[in-house]
Design a protein around this ligand. Structure first.
Ligand code: ZN
Length: 285
């Protein structure tokens, strides 16, 4: 079943929870994440990032994401993550995605506003929600470990964020307040006061990128301060790798499909634990 981003975020706001937004650029990640959504009954955002085109093209995985989400008993939003351009986002919407992020955060502010407005106009005409981003996060979605420290001078300015939301009409905003993409070189330092100020200033749900690697308490605190969508990928990819490695070490006669089965199971376990923390289901599972 597929629901809109704005409806799922409104429900998260009402219940004081956050949505898990999971990148699934390999098939076992997709299957394991759907397993987790079905097991928990909690809405999950399935997303594909443009930066993963080299690993898994949208044209290949997108139709599978849409078809599996439609037939599943789980509840999903289908989201383009970190779209760089209008054409890529439109390709996703043509495949059946119903939500998109345009990432103009590395552009000068006025260019970011202009590009984001263009995407919002295209998306709104199709009833699709758009997430924008301002403020710079270091690291990247492929887990480059050389940059895993946040730079406080690049955190999002609340007044500028408010201006950005008002002028672009985005439905959600990704901002920089202490997390980084990929693996952390040292423990992250979250600026909770910044989250409070952003939440008050922007008037739309706040999104955390670089959500892998925080402690459960840090997730809970961020959610208590108003974060409503948390992007997740690096640690599920690590969990899949570890399960495949163990499977391989245990049985030298194993064939590749058994590694895939192990990886799917590990993703299900890992994403279920993440969803449990974000939705407050811990102890109820
Ligand atoms: Zn991101």
């Amino acid at each position: 079943m597929i629901v809109s981003l704005s409806n799922a975020l409104a429900e998260a706001e009402r219940t004081g929870t956050a949505l898990a937004a999971v990148n699934v650029p390999f098939f076992e990640a997709l299957l394991g994440t759907i397993d987790a959504a079905e097991a928990t009954g909690v809405p999950v955002i399935l997303q594909h990032a443009q930066v993963h085109e080299g690993v898994m093209p949208l044209d290949d995985v997108g139709p599978a994401m849409v078809a599996l989400a439609q037939r599943s008993s789980g509840i999903f939003v289908l989201h383009i993550d970190h779209g760089d351009d209008l054409d890529y986002i439109e390709r996703g919407l043509n495949l059946g995605f119903n939500s998109a992020m345009i990432d103009g955060s590395r552009l000068p502010f006025e260019e970011n506003v202009a590009r984001t407005r263009e995407v919002v106009a295209m998306a709104k005409a199709r009833g699709v929600d758009v997430e924008g981003e301002i403020g710079v996060m270091t690291g990247n979605e492929n887990g480059d470990p050389s940059q895993g420290v946040a730079d406080a001078s690049l955190y999002t300015d609340p007044a500028q964020a408010s201006d950005f939301v008002r002028r672009t009409g985005v439905s959600a905003l990704a901002a920089s307040f202490g997390t980084v993409h990929g693996l952390y070189n040292q423990a992250p330092s979250i600026d909770y006061d910044r989250i409070d100020a952003l939440r008050e200033a922007i008037g739309v749900p706040l999104v955390m990128h670089g959500g892998s690697g925080l402690t459960a308490d840090e997730y809970r605190r961020c959610i208590a301060h108003g974060v409503r969508k948390i992007n997740y990928y690096t640690y599920l990819a690590k969990a899949a790798l570890e399960a495949a490695r163990t499977s391989l070490a245990d049985d030298r006669t194993t064939l590749f499909p058994m590694l895939a089965v192990a990886a799917r199971g590990a993703v299900k376990t890992d994403v279920t634990a993440f969803v449990d923390i974000l939705s407050g289901r811990e102890g109820h599972a």
